[in-house]
Ligand binder design. Structure first.
Ligand code: A4P
Ligand code: MG
Length: 213
């Protein structure tokens, strides 16, 4: 079966963690066929909670043989191995792996696919479309306008801006990832896009980022 796994990290060496998550999944029989460009957004947290560190998000297009829950088990295992400590919901985490979409919908007590909040979350949608362009017709519009019929939770309510139509514009080059993230924190709706994630280890490499406005 084919699926898209959303991956996010806002603690520790975020880029390295996301890359090793892909490697570990591969080692567990989940073939990682494509990795989305890495994007960053300021952390969305529950109203009243302290703003956490920025997230870096990406998505893996994967294939595996077996049931959807077998994929979930491997995601949970990789989260555990890479040190995710489950504390408060929506708190800072080293690694969060969610099944965003699969070629067949699935619902059980433990797992709902497509991810119920996918249409409300630009940080998941943008990487999803990067590795699954065939889903553009279905999901692109939600990047601009989250569906009004969905009942947003407190976190998703925060995700609604920007309400204006989104088009991808390259706005900046930053000296390094830290300065790009700092600028992104002041730019709602902006996403960091790294064509070559391996380049971020060199602290002085230029980083391009784009703004969805
Ligand atoms: N589960 C059900 N459906 C799924 C699915 N499609 N994929 C169950 C994965 N798991 C699914 O998940 C709890 C249980 O949900 C799983 O064990 C599985 O049985 P969890 O990951 O422990 O819960 P969580 O992450 O604490 O909560 P939740 O609601 O998943 O949080 P989100 O939605 O993942 O939000 N800001 C930015 N900028 N970027 C982010 O990536 N992420 C979050 C977390 C908050 N803010 C963020 C980001
Ligand atoms: Mg999760």
């Amino acid at each position: 079966m084919i699926a898209v796994v959303g991956a996010g990290s806002n603690l520790g060496s975020r880029f390295a963690l996301l890359r090793s998550a892909a490697r570990r999944l591969d080692g567990l029989g989940v073939r990682v066929e494509r990795i989305a460009r890495f994007v960053a957004t300021p952390a969305l947290v529950l109203p009243g909670a302290p703003p956490g560190p920025d997230f870096v998000n990406t998505a893996f297009r994967v294939s595996w043989s077996g049931a959807p829950e077998a994929l979930l088990d491997r995601l949970l295992r990789v989260e555990r191995e890479l040190g995710r400590v489950r504390e408060e919901r929506w708190g800072a985490r080293t690694l969060d792996l969610d099944i965003l979409w699969a070629e067949r919908p699935f619902r059980s007590r433990r797992l709902v696919v497509p991810h119920p909040a996918l249409e409300l979350r630009s940080f998941a949608l943008a990487p999803l479309l990067d590795v699954a362009p065939e889903l553009e017709h279905r999901y692109r519009r939600f990047l601009r306008h989250p569906p009004p019929r969905a009942k947003p939770g407190p976190l998703d309510a925060k995700l609604r801006p920007p309400l204006a139509p989104i088009r991808r514009i390259t706005t900046h080059e930053a000296a390094d990832v830290a300065s790009a993230l700092e600028a992104l924190g002041e730019t709602p709706g902006a996403l960091l896009s790294l064509d070559d994630p391996s380049s971020v280890s060199a602290s002085n490499s230029k980083v391009r980022f784009v703004r969805f406005a």
